[in-house]
Design a protein around this ligand. Structure first.
Ligand code: MN
Length: 206
């Protein structure tokens, strides 16, 4: 049996992020949406035994080497699996509520201030038309960048390392916020676990 991808368990209770994200949204988002990405990714890889056992990061970084017949499925479902695996840790309870150390310095150097960064990221999140993600990444030149991507596209496909991402698909907020995406984006900042972002930043320095 090839190594199949598995849904990572949520490390905290569904209601742990209330009132920012309600328990039902967390349950459906993790147990149904994320689970479906994992199932569909595994299904797509059935026809490509040479890719089975490759880490998810490799599949996304080398998406152009994935056979064309399953490339879109791997891009969408592999991106979905990786993005969500990170997302559950980014919005985890606990941790520091603002960046520290090298990451704090780099955010100030790149954007002027934490507030300016938050404004820029929030604008990327609110203006992404349709479904997608807003990102803080470390790019190929080891510079911080803020942008958004469509659907489940991962910054890894461009050789960038995702440091912080916000899911702006309606499934991430609609039960509580309906059409009020800006309110969801604003409240997001109160549940970001900056220790996780800082750790990813340090790792991405290589
Ligand atoms: Mn999602």
């Amino acid at each position: 049996m090839p190594t199949l991808f598995e849904l990572p368990p949520l490390k905290y209770a569904f209601n742990a992020l209330e009132p920012v994200i309600d328990a039902m949204t967390m349950e459906i988002h993790h147990d149904k949406h994320h689970a479906a990405y994992v199932t569909n990714l595994n299904k797509a890889l059935e026809s490509a035994p040479e890719l089975q056992g490759k880490p998810i990061e490799w599949l996304l970084q080398n998406i152009t080497q994935v056979p064309e017949s399953i490339r879109t499925a791997v891009r969408n479902n592999g991106g979905g699996h990786h993005n969500h695996s990170l997302f559950w840790d980014w919005i985890a309870p606990g941790g520091s509520k603002q960046p520290k150390g090298r990451l704090e310095k780099e955010i100030n150097a790149s954007f002027g201030s934490l507030d300016t960064f938050i404004e820029k990221f929030s604008a990327a999140a609110t203006t992404r038309f349709g479904s997608g993600w807003a990102w803080l990444v470390l790019d190929g030149d080891k510079k911080l960048q803020v942008y958004s991507t469509a659907n489940q596209d991962s910054p890894l496909m461009d050789g960038h390392k995702p440091l912080l991402g916000l899911d702006v698909w309606e499934h991430a907020y609609y039960l509580k916020y309906q059409n009020r995406r800006p309110e969801y984006v604003k409240n997001f900042w109160s549940i970001v676990n900056w220790d996780v972002v800082g750790r990813l930043f340090d790792q991405a320095q290589g």
